[in-house]
Unconditional design. Sequence first.
Length: 185
Amino acid sequence: MRALPKALAGAAITVLLGALAGCGVQPSDPVERGVAPVIDAQPKLITIYLVRDGRLAPVPVYVPSTAIEDVMQVLFERGDQPPSNDLSTGLSGLTHRESRLSRYGAFVRNDPDVASGLRLDVSVAGDRPPSRTALAQITCTARGARDEIWIVKITYVERGRTRSLGEHICSEYHDLAQPGAELPP
């Protein structure tokens, strides 16, 4: 039992002597070396899905970044604009509240190229629940923007109450694709 306190006393003395001796590096004033590096995010071209004649139509648009919040924000903003080029949206009257990515288990899907994927939780609000077309727009845009998003969970918020609209994959909406248009898996 006495060996332990001696070892601790020896260690304490070593630390104390080291602190008194210092590390040997003398302090100096900061030296300016130029402008600090800045991340310059360039707009990215992605595909969102709008509606033409009741069917999903791919539309290339620029987004500030490929962050899913930016992608969803652009999709919903297009829903606020008047229809153009015969394009409309099922998102009119709906507001994007939040998008959040989380891991989606490695054991859920057997894909040799990707060990695990992501689930996107999208929260929307409005005076009515999203239509099937609106769900398709959200789901297929998210899947097309990021390959690792396997599933999209959509929650509808109305007067402070939340209601899950389930988990969706783009392939459940392939019947809504424009003729000749290919939707994400």
